[in-house]
Design a protein around this ligand. Structure first.
Ligand SMILES: Cc1cc2nc3c(=O)[nH]c(=O)nc-3n(C[C@H](O)[C@H](O)[C@H](O)COP(=O)(O)OP(=O)(O)OC[C@H]3O[C@@H](n4cnc5c(N)ncnc54)[C@H](O)[C@@H]3O)c2cc1C
Length: 450
């Protein structure tokens, strides 16, 4: 019987699990978060600026799958928007914090919050001991890893130590990427996806009026949401080969528009991923992922308008190319990069270089003490694609010998190797709900487990 669950990581995934355990009258939960400012908000919802908007309409952002209008009711009650609004991510963080506080107040003595870092997990008696960085350990029957994404790797061709001090920023959301810049400066964003959009908005909102160059291998930028939500049809699951998938999406795009054609795959994406063999998944990542990402994860119209106006004003350029080298030149850096398809190099003198390559999942390159320890003793292993850690269908981590742990689980984006579509709220909340019910022994109630 599970009496106590330790949840490592208090971002969206960990916080929601704690809330769901309370709602299901489950075991006592201890939620451990090492960055107090991120409690409940995590990385995404402690956004640096008001201009950082959700990329999903409020109507689909309820944290509770059993109460789809929960977030819209909260917004309406606080007169902050309606179901069509793309609200600031910070506001969503406030919603999550309030939910956590309300759930804890409604179920006194059932949740413990701990400000600390879990740096090791080992078997102990019938459960686990989670060692804390400040000393001591938490003992529990089950442990859930809700660690979020791994930070971006330093882009190839860049050695931060060889650049002038303060020139390179590895954390695009740190809030200070515009510090000390003048309008005569140029900023290079390495990457051109959603993270680069966040960085460009932050630079602009901080008053930077110089030029921004975003470089990525294909130069693809996220597409915009339509002003009104598309109406997906009722999709049949396309055959599991990539060529069939492409043909299917193209045909449906011609009938319904590309947004609806992509959105209608949503209910079957995890199943398609599950049915695809390892070679197909790897080919998808290599060839289709960049296209998938920019069509699937879209910009709120207001954000797309601002990006368009920066581009039209000549202040933002998105280029396809490869970074070759970067060196110091006085207080600036000079980047050598090769435009896609060109043989020659372009040289850009930048006052700042921001790593916008986005979240990572390669465990073998992680510097996190907890993950390194769990890898070293064989408790976890990377998934076959090295985009996260391997879990089984019950969210239990899979050990180096292929066996699933008894009561050690992982949730959130690090489980994308098995599910693919588990990085946004609508999918994480479902995964979370299922695990909470399992841990609370509630999955049989109402016949869902039958
Ligand atoms: C910038 C950004 C914007 C996004 N926007 C949207 C959106 O608009 N709509 C949408 O649906 N989805 C969005 N997403 C996706 C999704 O909602 C997030 O990825 C999701 O919030 C993941 O939450 P998480 O708790 O798994 O990870 P995180 O938010 O990263 O939280 C993990 C937490 O674990 C803590 N932690 C890690 N290791 C330890 C340890 N050893 N000990 C203690 N604590 C630890 C970290 O400090 C962190 O706070 C966005 C994601 C990002 C990154």
């Amino acid at each position: 019987m599970i009496r106590h669950v330790v949840i490592v990581g208090g971002g969206f995934s960990g916080t929601l699990l704690a809330i769901n355990l309370l709602r299901h009258d489950g075991p006592h939960a201890t939620l451990v978060e090492r960055r107090p400012a991120q409690l409940a908000r995590g990385v995404a919802y402690s956004a640096a600026h008001e201009d950082h908007l959700l990329n999903v309409r409020a109507a689909n952002m309820s944290a509770l799958p059993d109460d789809p209008d929960h977030f819209v009711r909260w917004l309406t009650r606080n007169t902050l928007g309606d179901r069509t609004t793309f609200v600031p991510r910070r506001l969503y963080g406030r919603y999550l914090r309030e939910m956590l506080a309300e759930a804890a107040a409604a179920h006194p003595h059932r949740l413990t919050l701990v400000e600390d870092e879990v740096c090791a997990i080992a078997p102990h008696a019938d459960g686990y001991a989670a060692t804390l960085a400040t000393g001591g350990a938490l003992h529990a029957d089950a442990v859930v890893l809700a660690l979020g994404n791994l930070p971006p790797h330093t882009p190839p061709g860049l050695d931060p130590a060889a650049l002038p001090p303060g020139c390179y920023r590895g954390d695009p959301w740190a809030g200070d990427i515009a510090a000390d810049l003048t309008d005569a400066d140029e900023v290079v964003l390495v990457g051109s996806g959603l993270t680069a959009v966040d960085a460009a908005l932050l630079l602009d909102a901080s008053g930077f009026r110089g030029r921004i160059l975003a470089i990525s291998r294909r130069g693809l930028a996220p597409r915009r949401h339509a002003d009104a939500p598309p109406r997906p049809g009722l999709s049949e699951r396309p055959a599991a080969t990539l060529s069939h998938l492409l043909a299917h999406v193209r045909a449906r795009s011609a009938e319904l528009g590309w947004r609806a054609a992509v959105d209608e795959l949503r209910p079957v994406t995890q199943m398609m991923w599950g049915a695809a063999d390892a070679a197909t998944r790897a080919r998808f990542l290599r060839h289709l992922r960049p296209w998938w990402d920019v069509h699937r994860h879209r910009l709120a119209p207001a954000v797309a308008d601002r990006i368009d106006s920066l581009t039209t004003a000549g202040r933002l350029e998105v280029a396809a190319g490869k970074l070759v080298a970067a060196r110091a030149d006085g207080t600036r850096a000079v980047l050598d990069w090769r435009p896609r398809g060109a043989t020659g190099l372009r040289h850009t003198r930048a006052a700042r270089i921001v790593n916008c390559t986005g979240p990572q999942g390669d465990l073998l390159r992680s510097a996190e003490p907890l993950l390194r320890g769990l890898l070293a003793d064989g408790t976890i292993r990377p998934d076959g694609l090295r985009i996260g850690l391997e879990v089984d269908a019950q969210s239990r981590v899979v050990a180096a010998d292929g066996r699933a742990a008894e009561q050690l689980y992982a949730i959130g984006p690090m489980t994308r190797g098995g599910l693919w579509e588990v990085v946004a709220v609508p999918d994480i909340r479902q995964q979370n709900w299922t695990l909470a019910r399992r841990l609370a022994n509630a999955q049989w109630v109402g016949g869902e487990g039958l």
